[in-house]
Design a protein around this ligand. Structure first.
Ligand SMILES: NC(=O)c1ccc[n+]([C@@H]2O[C@H](COP(=O)([O-])OP(=O)(O)OC[C@H]3O[C@@H](n4cnc5c(N)ncnc54)[C@H](OP(=O)(O)O)[C@@H]3O)[C@@H](O)[C@H]2O)c1
Length: 436
């Protein structure tokens, strides 16, 4: 621990997008952080993979190492910023820092979603602070809002656009009338998608974030494997355009909702009515909509990634660590603490909350097809809200058909998709998305 009470000695693991942004913000206005926290926040050492890389955005006026244990075992460091990402060695480094009595701030959702219980248990045991505001929605201070601003509310529902890459791609497909693959390449060129985008477009990144949010909202364990995860690779330009004709936008939504059986968690593409504010959150922006029993609905929107927005959240955690909110923070996400009992809620494996569903199918152009399709829906006890046979999209032998159902359960929806796919005269695949 630092000798001076007025200095917080910080060791930084990683000087990439986030780490570079944090150090640059600290260096550009040290007085601001000192006046707001009551301490001089001083970067005393950093670790990177390649110490020879040019990092022109920051003044390298501190020692740099490629051995992260130099940081987490350095007795003069008070707080460790874990900004390297991934599970290992990040997990070992965070545990070592906590074992050495250091507070930790991390932006690493992949780490917390899988090893959060272990990390928060150790933090509580060592009476250390673990801040993770930047891990869930980049610059949107959602953790603080849930923990502090909404403390009087019982939250029953969360809908979020929490993956900027998915949102950028879906928005770009509509705006440029381009195919998924073309927009993905553009997103990679502009830095809105990783070189390997599988975690983002496959929905895993959103699932990591939802795991953390749901644990915080409902006092349930961090159980990533209980989330229903669907990515956006199945969304085609036709779906986006048909959704628009029907009055919707397709968004990749993270949903946490209480049902009579427990909590349902899912991420996946959904048709959002154009009248809903979430449908207006475009490009790489994130948004989270919560419903509290006292407040009613609350929507927060802002940048979910990038150096500045993420640094904003990391720095808010550093200031919080100084302002002494450590025990509450450390314990709130886990169900293993003494002062935050876990709820009786369980995450239900089955999605039982009903919603409308959208189907897009291509049927052979022969009499009686529409009647056969509606018979299948009727056989599955499904009423139809809208059905459109797209005469403009008709080809010599086939015609696209769109259906929006009344509210049904996931089980019914899946059975219907299967029955439609197996129907003679239907060309695969049959598309199926939820309607919010
Ligand atoms: N980027 C965002 O907008 C954003 C938003 C929210 C949360 N996050 C999270 O923040 C974390 C960092 O993301 P980022 O985008 O800043 O990543 P990044 O740009 O790839 O930076 C990673 C940094 O960590 C260093 N590093 C990686 N592995 C290391 C190792 N084994 N030992 C020592 N140093 C190592 C790298 O060194 P070199 O520079 O030498 O390669 C680099 O400085 C991740 O957990 C990410 O999920 C990022």
């Amino acid at each position: 621990m630092s000798k001076s009470k007025d200095i917080l000695n910080v060791g930084v693991l990683g000087l990439g997008t986030v780490g570079g942004g944090v150090v640059s913000a600290l260096q550009s206005s040290p007085e601001l952080f000192e006046s707001r926290s009551g301490k001089h926040i001083k970067v005393v050492a950093a670790c990177v993979r390649n110490p020879n890389k040019n990092r022109s955005a920051i003044a390298m006026n501190f020692p740099i190492t490629s051995n992260p244990f130099d940081i987490v075992e350095d007795p003069k460091i008070d707080l460790v910023l874990e900004l390297i990402g991934g599970v290992e060695p990040a997990r070992r480094l965070v545990l070592t820092a906590l074992n050495n009595g250091k507070n930790v701030v991390t932006a690493n959702k992949a780490l917390l979603a899988v090893h959060g219980e272990e990390i928060f248990r150790l933090a509580a045991e060592k009476n250390c602070f673990v801040g993770y505001e930047a891990a869930v929605a980049g610059g949107i201070p959602i953790i603080k809002v849930i923990r502090e601003g909404l403390v009087a509310n019982k939250i029953t529902k969360l809908h979020g656009i929490i993956n900027g890459t998915c949102n950028y791609i879906l928005t770009g497909m509509e705006k440029h009338q381009s195919a998924f693959d073309d927009i993905l390449i553009e997103a990679q060129q502009k830095g809105f998608a990783e070189e390997d985008p599988s975690f983002d477009i496959g929905g895993i990144d959103a699932a990591h974030k939802l795991t953390i949010l749901a644990s915080l909202l409902f006092k349930i364990p961090l159980e990533l494997d209980k989330i229903s995860v669907v990515g956006i690779a199945d969304v085609e330009l036709e779906d986006i355009n048909y959704a628009k004709k029907l009055g919707y936008k397709i968004k990749h939504l993270a949903v946490a909702e209480k049902s009579e059986n427990g909590v349902e968690l899912r991420v996946g593409p959904a048709l959002v009515p154009e009248t809903d504010m979430l449908s207006k959150v475009d490009e790489e922006m994130n948004a989270i909509r919560l419903e509290g029993n006292l407040l009613g609905p609350l929507l927060m929107s802002g940048a979910g990634a990038g150096a500045g927005p993420t640094a904003s959240s990391v720095l808010s955690d550093i200031v919080d660590s100084i302002r002494n909110s450590k025990l509450e923070w450390a314990s709130v996400i886990t169900n293993n603490s003494d002062n935050e009992p876990s709820s009786d809620l369980v995450i239900t494996a089955e999605q039982t909350i009903a919603s409308a569903f959208y189907y897009r199918l291509v049927a052979s152009n022969e009499p009686g097809m529409l009647a056969s399709i509606t018979n299948i829906l009727a056989a599955n006890n499904i009423s139809i809200e809208a059905v459109i046979q797209d005469e403009e999209g008709k080809k010599a032998d086939r015609v696209p058909i769109l259906i929006v159902t009344e509210k049904i359960k996931q089980r019914q929806a899946d059975a219907t998709r299967l029955a439609l796919s197996e129907m003679p005269g239907i060309f695969s695949p049959v598309k199926q998305f939820r309607v919010k």
